[in-house]
Structures are given as structure tokens and as C-alpha cells.
Write a protein that binds this ligand. Structure first.
Ligand SMILES: NC(=O)c1ccc[n+]([C@@H]2O[C@H](COP(=O)([O-])OP(=O)(O)OC[C@H]3O[C@@H](n4cnc5c(N)ncnc54)[C@H](OP(=O)(O)O)[C@@H]3O)[C@@H](O)[C@H]2O)c1
Length: 198
């Protein structure tokens, strides 16, 4: 069995949101080990650049806030200055908010839905030309949305907007997949369980 042929990413370009730490950083490390060139983004430029320098020459920092439409468009524009095509987009950046039912604030909805649901939609839309440029029948482009087990079953905490957002991203993935498959762009989601933070 040729594992490099099955799982190798030689020559591919990836962009991972929230790539400066934890899950996003691990994915960047894995993609680079498989041969990809990986762009990572996060709001704190210093952290983003530190991670990129630690992961080596095939990791490039493009710091940006992907919770706003302007941020998504600015990130796509900055990416377009460096690359003509994007093989893999990982919409990983996410946030949670916990508060008791009686006190749960509107800010706890806006922050979580903007980053976990609206961001993946508008970033994919902004990068659509670059994804289409990479996509072919033989090798489709990929959009991977990071959901959560909390979008499928209840956790014990009062994370109202997080549960709703992670459920929403799973269904949004289906809606986008049904449309973008026409352009040889495969949209899928992963729903991780609890990870140990490093
Ligand atoms: N950790 C878990 O146990 C777990 C379990 C299931 C699912 N997940 C999901 O997996 C994903 C990653 O989780 P994680 O625990 O690795 O997250 P994390 O440790 O909180 O890291 C979040 C990353 O996203 C970046 N980020 C946050 N807000 C951003 C914004 N507005 N624009 C751009 N980047 C932003 C952060 O950097 P800055 O702060 O510098 O922006 C950081 O790089 C999330 O979608 C999460 O819901 C996590």
C-alpha cells in the first residue's frame, strides 16, 4: 500500500483558520508533514507568526479576524496576492460561551454565531475563485468545516449558542456541499470530541 499516494499532500496549498494553536496547529503540522504548503490565520498576529516560524518554511502566517465579512474578504485578498489556487480550506476557528440560562447575553450569541457559522460561509464564499481554480474531477478541492460532538448531542454545560452553532455548521456543510460539488469542491465536516489542550 502506497500511503504517500493515499494521504500525501505534495504540491497542495491549504489554509487553516485558527491555526495558531491547539487543533488548528495540529492540523497544520500534519498537513505540512504530508507535503502541503499551509497558510494559517488567527487574530493575534504575533502568535500566528510564532507558530508559523515554529512549523517551518512551509507554514505562512496571514493574521486576520474571520468572524466578519470584511475580515473574510481581506483574508481572501491577502491570500490571492500569494497564491492563485487553494486546494484545501479548513474552517477551524471557533469560540464557545457558557452562561446560566437567565443571564445568557446577546453578545454570547453574536460572538459564537459570527465565528462558528457566518465566518465559514463567508470565508468559503470569499475564497471560491481560488478553490475553483484548484478543483478538478481527478482532484477535487476540499472545504473541511470543524464542527463538534456538541452539535450532535448535549454536553453537561449551559453553552446554548455553541450547541446551536455546532449543529448549524453540520447542516450548513450539507447545503454548501450540495452546491459546490458542481464545481468539484467537496465540502465536509468533522465533529471532534473533547481534546486535551496544549
Ligand atoms: N478543543 C476541543 O475540545 C474541541 C472539541 C470539539 C470541537 N472543537 C472545535 O475545534 C475548533 C478548534 O478548537 P480549539 O480548542 O483548538 O480552539 P482554541 O484553542 O480556542 O483556538 C482557537 C483558534 O482560533 C483563533 N481564533 C479565534 N477567534 C478568531 C477569529 N475571530 N478570527 C480568526 N481566528 C480566530 C485563535 O487565535 P486568536 O485568538 O489569535 O484569534 C486560535 O488560533 C473549534 O471550532 C472548536 O469549536 C474543539
Amino acid at each position: 500500500m502506497d500511503l504517500q499516494k493515499l494521504f500525501g499532500l505534495e504540491g497542495r496549498v491549504a489554509l487553516i483558520t485558527g491555526g495558531s494553536k491547539n487543533l488548528g496547529r495540529h492540523m497544520a503540522e500534519g498537513f505540512i508533514a504530508a507535503g502541503a504548503k499551509v497558510y494559517i490565520t488567527s487574530r493575534k498576529a504575533a502568535d500566528c507568526e510564532k507558530t508559523a516560524s515554529e512549523l517551518g518554511p512551509n507554514c505562512i502566517a496571514l493574521p486576520m479576524d474571520v468572524s466578519t465579512v470584511e475580515g473574510c474578504r481581506a483574508l481572501a485578498a491577502a491570500f490571492a496576492e500569494k497564491e492563485a489556487k487553494l486546494d484545501i480550506l479548513v474552517n477551524n476557528a471557533g469560540a464557545a460561551w457558557g452562561a446560566e440560562f437567565e443571564d445568557f447575553p446577546e453578545a454570547g450569541w453574536d460572538k459564537v454565531m459570527d465565528l462558528n457559522v457566518k465566518g465559514p460561509f463567508f470565508l468559503t464564499q470569499s475564497l471560491y475563485p481560488a478553490l475553483k481554480a484548484a478543483a478538478s474531477v481527478a482532484q477535487p478541492a476540499k472545504v473541511i468545516n470543524i464542527g463538534s460532538i456538541d452539535g450532535i448531542r448535549l454536553n453537561p454545560w449551559e453553552t446554548y449558542s455553541y450547541h446551536a452553532s455546532k449543529s448549524a455548521i453540520l447542516y450548513l456543510t450539507k447545503r454548501m456541499a450540495a452546491r459546490l460539488v458542481r464545481d468539484q469542491i467537496n465540502v465536509t465536516a468533522i465533529a471532534p470530541g473533547l481534546l486535551h489542550q496544549t
